[in-house]
Design a protein around this ligand. Structure first.
Ligand SMILES: Cc1cc2nc3c(=O)[nH]c(=O)nc-3n(C[C@H](O)[C@H](O)[C@H](O)COP(=O)(O)OP(=O)(O)OC[C@H]3O[C@@H](n4cnc5c(N)ncnc54)[C@H](O)[C@@H]3O)c2cc1C
Length: 370
């Protein structure tokens, strides 16, 4: 099959490798140079669903040395003063042998390995432009040009969308008293606050705040920003030094009403953009890639190409909807200080703490999707 992919971000690039490995001829259209693609300062949480995709396409052994594993995921509710810890034993049996609840990846390292893999695959043709000269040359056009997709606008595909009254502030911090195999998701009334290990004493802090408060926080000198972090970090953990320039971006919710338009198939952030709480975003993008590849390579559909877009849309419905609802619920849950909700919140934490079954169930959805 001949496939065009628009956009060579982490979704489009992985789709190129994955589709090429099942025998498709892929033209990968990207307007940025490799250097520009590498030059993004982002940190991702990687789940077992992504690990399985990497293994399937044969790049896990190249990527895994650059990943920082964590063995404990601590969920803390500050309003209730309660904590639940997810551990390796809460994973399903086949995931436990990796001794890690998940991994943390820095953008430049993971993008470099993926671009390297692409350069060794003959049936991927990189085309440095955003214009596809003749769309009739392709059986399908994978649209992976990001959350502000121009292609989607051209095709007049509309989305359900709203802006959270929140921004995400992210920076690298040296922490004292924090173990490098621990990750934290702290729910407090300003919004979720994540601490992700980057090796040794270095951690990525990702904090959500209201737009108003966040823009003031961004103006703080680093010493005061450290003071602010110390008010949120769990007892015993002290922030020492901020080692980069803090960055911020607004947070939005966007989900396409339609997952394809004719032979144009939406993957990744073009298809869905959610709050970064829970570190689901990129993993969900890569599960789109896996679903589409599985469908394209199905022998049953070889002579029934017409059904492929529809089957892709159906196959992604439950996973995408459930993650969108779960992440949105977590944001609203953490920001709500309605006293009436305290009892169900306390009950949820009590059950999570006591019931291994529930912890397993939740962790499995977060790490493997539905
Ligand atoms: C500012 C910002 C910071 C973020 N930080 C984090 C973070 O710290 N942690 C985290 O987990 N997630 C983060 N995210 C989300 C994360 O980056 C996405 O989940 C991930 O990048 C999805 O990849 P994608 O390939 O779908 O989209 P993108 O990464 O946006 O890639 C789209 C690609 O398409 C290309 N393109 C666009 N238009 C065209 C065109 N017309 N023709 C050809 N190419 C085109 C672009 O140049 C780009 O390379 C962040 C997002 C943003 C916007």
């Amino acid at each position: 099959m001949n496939i065009a992919i628009i956009g060579s971000g982490l979704t489009g690039s992985l789709a190129a490798i994955s589709l090429a490995k099942v025998g498709c001829r892929v033209d990968l259209y990207e307007r940025l140079s490799d250097e520009e693609l590498l030059n993004r300062d982002r940190t991702y949480a990687i789940t077992h669903s992504s690990r399985k995709i990497f293994e399937k396409i044969g790049v896990w052994s190249d990527i895994s040395p650059d990943l920082i594993p964590f063995q404990y995921l601590n969920l803390i509710d500050y309003e209730l003063n309660k904590k639940v810890q997810f551990i390796v034993n809460d994973l399903i049996v086949e995931d436990r042998k990796y001794f890690s609840v998940g991994w943390i990846a820095e953008h430049n390292k993971i993008m470099f390995t993926i671009l390297e893999s692409i350069s060794h695959i003959d049936n991927i043709n990189k085309i440095p432009t955003s214009v596809i000269p003749n769309t009739n040359n392709y059986d399908f056009i994978v649209v992976a040009d990001g959350s502000n997709s121009i292609t989607k606008k051209k095709l007049k595909t509309s989305s359900f969308q709203f802006n959270y009254d929140q921004m995400c502030i992210t920076t690298k911090v040296l922490l004292r008293g924090c173990n490098s195999i621990q990750a934290y998701e702290i729910l407090n009334t300003e919004g979720p606050f994540a601490v992700l290990p980057l090796g040794g004493d270095l951690f990525q802090v990702i904090c959500s705040q209201s737009l108003k408060k966040g823009s003031n926080t961004m103006k703080l000198p680093k010493s005061l920003l450290l003071d602010y972090f110390s008010t949120i970090l769990p007892y015993g953990i002290q922030p020492d030094t901020i080692i980069d320039e803090p960055k911020s971006y607004p947070i939005k919710f966007r989900l396409n009403y339609s997952f394809h338009t004719g032979k144009y198939i939406y993957l990744g952030e073009t298809f869905h953009t959610f709050h970064p709480v829970g570190g689901q975003g990129l993993n969900l993008c890569w599960r789109d890639v896996e679903s589409f590849t599985n469908i394209i390579s199905s022998p049953l559909l070889k002579n029934n190409k017409f059904f492929i877009p529809l089957i892709y849309s159906i196959s992604r419905l439950i996973d995408v909807l459930s993650i969108s609802i779960l992440t949105d619920f977590l944001v609203r849950y953490s920001r709500s200080n309605i006293k009436l909700l305290f009892i169900p919140r306390l009950f949820t934490f009590y059950i999570l703490k006591k019931s291994k079954f529930l912890r397993k169930f939740i962790l499995n959805i977060m790490t493997n999707g539905l």
